[in-house]
Design a protein around this ligand. Structure first.
Ligand code: HEM
Length: 484
């Protein structure tokens, strides 16, 4: 045998070794398919045997659409890996995410730790998260945001001016505008101005310098389900061979410098995110990591939502005209959050932008979990379970013609539509900045539409194509609108 010769060992030994290995893997496969506590849960054979199947789809950005197709075939409870189950029935949401504080986040969230620190987002242990969240929670209350919203308004004004200039350029130079770059810049500016007391001023840059920093975190989603050691190894190898590594490095350094300036100059009495964390006794090293967490979380998602809404209104000018009519029928001093059609447009944008399309995985606690009736399955403690927003939002029984951007559907929202609309997650671990992001979207759309920036605009492309990672990645990082 060639291998035996190569290794200089007797051929018989190789045969024994390969037979033992094959038997080992076969018995694992047989156990997982027929005897595992989840063997009664429907799902494709590969998924029952190995989680590599799921990791491959995740890497390729096809996880959510694959699970949607499989749910249509196998039903609402689906085994997607030897120890993982996905549920496409909104009736499961309350038990998994809300009741009694919800189930704990799965181990894979650790892959979102920053510089060795568990962040407010990535912390698995609620007791680790609690003092950090408690220190800053007051800044995210709706009342606090409303009374301190001048900084957000200023950022929106700068972004509106920039978009107006870009639209003029689009007309004269006959080229499209990447609105995603502008909406991401606005999102980062608004978060940094309001929470850190210092705007990043991304809107003044031709291309947002923090983009590669944000994209690097978005790309964590490719390897989200890997064990932390494998994730760190792959991340290190990837960073070495990435052809864009110099640009990424430069962006990381820029963000590090911005954050270092904030934290090094913070006082414990300051009513800023970094001041509050300092006051609560967290080290400067951790403080910087927590600030970076917000710069990533606060940029990608709000940027994606606003760009998706603008693109869809450019695609369907009738929606834009209707929204403009609503806004112009009220004085500019009107609180935009009281306007029903604007709220409907934002709800529809949050649904279809798929900012977080994939599962929010959790661990079934002691006592197990009975999935919703009529065909209830028992999931034992330790099972990873989650609901995939993508499958909820594209369920035509809840959202008829689900692919269509149709704000009117929210004017008569059914209880199931509201139940299954979870753009900010749910329960104790829902988005800490839900109010901030919502206020940003209302202010931005109010200003942009009153200024009529989309007059004569047209959307480029038939649809916004995404890679379905935990934070979706827009293909080519472009959402384009043209005015020519
Ligand atoms: C439209 C914009 C936004 C969307 C759609 C969004 C979405 C989400 C979702 C779905 C979660 C829960 C994930 C899970 O359960 O696994 C989450 C958590 C979180 N988000 Fe957001 N987010 C948005 C804006 C922001 C902003 C502006 C910030 C920061 C300024 C932010 C910071 C966070 C943090 C820190 C968490 C973790 C909360 C915790 O576990 O206590 N997000 N977000």
């Amino acid at each position: 045998m060639a291998l035996a010769k190569l290794l200089d060992v007797p051929g018989g030994l190789i045969t024994v070794f390969t037979t033992a290995l094959t038997t080992y893997f076969l018995s694992i496969a047989v156990y997982r398919v027929y005897f595992h506590p989840l063997s009664h849960i429907p799902g494709p054979l590969f998924a029952k045997i190995t989680s590599l199947w799921l990791c491959r789809h995740t890497y390729r950005g096809t996880e959510a659409s694959t699970l949607l197709a499989l749910h249509r075939k196998y039903g609402p409870v689906l085994r997607i890996a030897p120890n993982e189950v996905d549920i496409s029935d909104g009736a499961a949401l309350n038990t998994i995410y809300v009741a009694n504080g919800g189930f704990r986040k799965a181990q894979c969230y650790k892959n979102f730790d920053i510089d060795g620190h568990a962040t407010v987002f990535s912390a698995l242990d609620p007791n680790h998260r609690l003092p950090r969240a408690k220190a800053v929670l007051g800044m995210f209350a709706l009342g606090a945001i409303r009374s301190g919203n001048e900084s957000i308004v200023e950022c929106v004004d700068r972004m509106t001016d920039r978009l107006e200039r870009e639209s003029e350029r689009s007309k004269t130079e006959d080229k499209a505008v990447n609105v995603l770059n502008l909406t991401r810049s606005l999102a980062l500016d608004a978060v940094s101005a309001y929470l850190f007391g210092k705007p990043y001023n991304g809107i003044m840059e031709e291309k947002l310098s923090a983009s590669q920093f944000v994209d690097a975190f978005v790309a964590v989603g490719r390897f989200f389900y890997l064990p932390n050691w494998a994730f760190l190894l792959l991340e290190m190898l990837e960073a070495r061979i990435d052809p864009e590594k110099d640009k990424v490095e430069k962006s990381m350094v820029t963000v590090d410098e911005f954050v270092a300036d904030l934290v090094d100059n913070a006082n414990a009495e300051d009513n800023t995110y970094q001041g509050r964390l300092k006051n609560a006794g967290f080290s400067d090293h951790e403080n910087k990591a927590q600030c970076k967490d917000l710069m990533f979380a606060g940029t990608d998602s709000t940027g994606m939502n606003l760009a998706t809404i603008l693109w869809n209104m450019a695609k369907q000018p009738a929606i834009y005209a209707k929204l403009r009519e609503e806004l112009l029928s009220t004085p500019p001093s009107t609180d935009p959050m009281t306007l029903p059609y604007l709220r409907a447009v934002i709800n529809e944008g949050l649904r279809l932008s798929m900012a977080n399309p994939t599962r929010f995985p959790r661990i079934v606690p002691l006592g197990g979990f009975a999935t919703p009736t009529p065909k209830s399955y028992h999931l034992p403690p330790g099972t990873i379970v989650g609901v995939t927003p993508f499958t909820l939002y594209l369920n035509d029984e809840v959202y008829p013609s689900p692919e269509v951007f149709k704000p009117e559907r929210w004017e008569y929202a059914t209880p199931k539509m509201n139940r299954d609309h979870i753009p900010f997650g749910l329960g104790a671990r829902q988005c800490i900045a839900r109010n901030l992001a919502t206020v940003e979207l209302f202010i931005a759309l109010d200003k942009l539409v009153r200024k009529d920036v989309l007059r004569g605009a047209r959307a480029i492309g038939d649809k916004i194509e995404i890679l379905e990672w935990f934070n979706s990645k827009v293909k080519d990082e472009k959402i384009e609108i043209a005015w020519n």
